[in-house]
Design a protein around this ligand. Structure first.
Ligand SMILES: [Zn+2]
Length: 271
């Protein structure tokens, strides 16, 4: 018994020391956790067909075979620009799963039934809804998919997650994903939306992002992230992602990179 107690005490001390010496336990454990989650997703689509591009693997079912080249070409077209912007090259090819059944996609990607997402990023894997589910027959599929489709957005989430090891607020990864859509295609999220009064505060973005009005929260996340890149450049976004990846908080990182408090910067960023 005594021996066990000592062992427990030693393990506890090592654990506390590890946290004190290095605040990045979570960021270190995250990649392992992510691999387990990825295996689980891939296991649930093991009967899907596979087509490989240079940097992407598309998993799909027969009805979507006509979209596979469009999806690969769209992803490959933006691949180098995105990894250059964010300063990071993913190891290996990135998987994009095309779902014909939104309920199945929600189940595999832990989204509640009935919720709707054109694309989801989770655990190193991208899922997208079949273009047939959201592009109407009369429209130019290639044009609409390239301009409004989810590939740039979700691939940006994948890269952000890799660099920051899971250590980032939701508003920041959404802001960067929307910023990339803007930088790649000129697509500006919520351009014609108006805030009813003042935009959301830093505290709201940080603590309540998922319960805010989705469109307006995304719009503000985009504006704020764009304001960081406009004022300090993409280099600062890249540095912040690396700081986050080493376990630093976003507030400490922003202060380290700019000498300003993040809450003050965000609450003063122009609409
Ligand atoms: Zn997103």
């Amino acid at each position: 018994m005594r021996k066990n107690k000592n062992l427990v005490a030693i393990v506890f001390i090592v654990f506390v020391l590890a946290i004190l010496l290095n605040g990045s336990i979570l960021t270190k454990a995250y990649p392992v956790y992510k691999v387990i989650g990825k295996d689980k997703i891939e296991n649930s689509i093991k009967n899907f067909k596979t087509k490989e591009g240079k940097h992407f693997i598309i998993r799909y079912t027969e009805p979507d075979s006509k979209y596979v080249d469009l999806i690969i070409n769209t992803a490959e077209k933006h691949y180098y620009d995105i990894i250059k912007d964010l300063g990071y090259t993913p190891k290996g090819k990135s998987t994009i799963i095309v779902y014909n059944n939104p309920d199945e996609m929600n189940k595999d990607f832990s989204l509640a039934k009935g919720e709707n997402a054109m694309g989801i990023y989770l655990n190193g894997v991208i899922s997208i809804e079949s273009p047939s589910l959201w592009i109407s027959p009369g429209q130019d599929v290639t044009k609409v998919f390239q301009y409004e489709g989810p590939v740039v957005h979700e691939f940006t989430h994948l890269v952000v997650d890799d660099i920051a090891n899971g250590n980032y607020p939701i508003w920041f990864t959404e802001g960067i994903a929307l910023l990339e859509e803007y930088r790649q295609d000129g697509y500006e999220w919520g351009k014609d939306l108006n805030y009813n009064g003042a935009p959301y505060t830093y505290e709201q973005l940080k603590n309540d992002f998922n319960s805010l009005d989705e469109m307006l929260a995304y719009k503000r996340a985009f504006q704020v992230t764009k304001a960081i890149s406009d004022k300090y450049g993409m280099g600062t976004i890249r540095e912040m992602l690396r700081d986050l990846g080493s376990g630093m908080s976003i507030e400490s990182s922003f202060y380290k990179e700019t000498g300003l408090r993040l809450d003050v910067f965000v609450n003063n960023a122009k609409e």
